[in-house]
Design a protein around this ligand. Sequence first.
Ligand code: ZN
Length: 233
Amino acid sequence: MSHPRLTEREPLPPTGSVVGIDLGIANFLADSNGGFVPNPRHGRTATAKLEAAQQALSRFPRVRRDKRTGKHQRAVEKVAKLHGKVRRQRLDHAHKTALGLVREHDLIAHEDLKIRNMSKAPAPKPDPEQPGAFLPNGAAAKAGLNRSIMDAGWGVFLAILTSKAESAGREVIAVDPRNTSRECPECGHTAKENRPTQEAFHCVSCGHKAHADTVGATNVLRAGLVRRNARQG
Ligand SMILES: [Zn+2]
């Protein structure tokens, strides 16, 4: 799996299409047209194996590298190897997904992950002694592990998307994600009650129904277009 870096600008012809995307866990992303890009199955398998290997590694006492037993050392190497595999698979998936978006749309709006992460619990700290392992971080450590893997994947994806878009002469806009999941795209009513479940959006004011991630992506697109129009003055 090799991906030649686009170093030169190779502008693509305009498509007249704009899109908003919502990065998620159940699906890798949802778009404002009602489309979904699932997480790759092999990626889920590798991630589950990585989590199991990290669990196994966490049972060994924290000691200097030269004090590790053979078993401990093998557990460290297993985590490192699986980490590499997950990273390569995510990279491959990210390249394909980004390329598809850049080919089809002139403008792609996404949530600003920095703002999104500010409102989340503290991420687990990577353990400098054990690549891929995490230092204890209170009760959030285990739950945070999944998230940190996802967050890293999204960050890499957006970096790839931005780079490909730049080469192709496409526009990528990051927007403030607050309320994008709670605001009704039909009537503007904003309430957490609009989200009866994780997946469902059902506006309590006008009755609009849709997949919650599609609603998120639609609001992200709207915010992106507002920002672009403000910029163009
Ligand atoms: Zn509504």
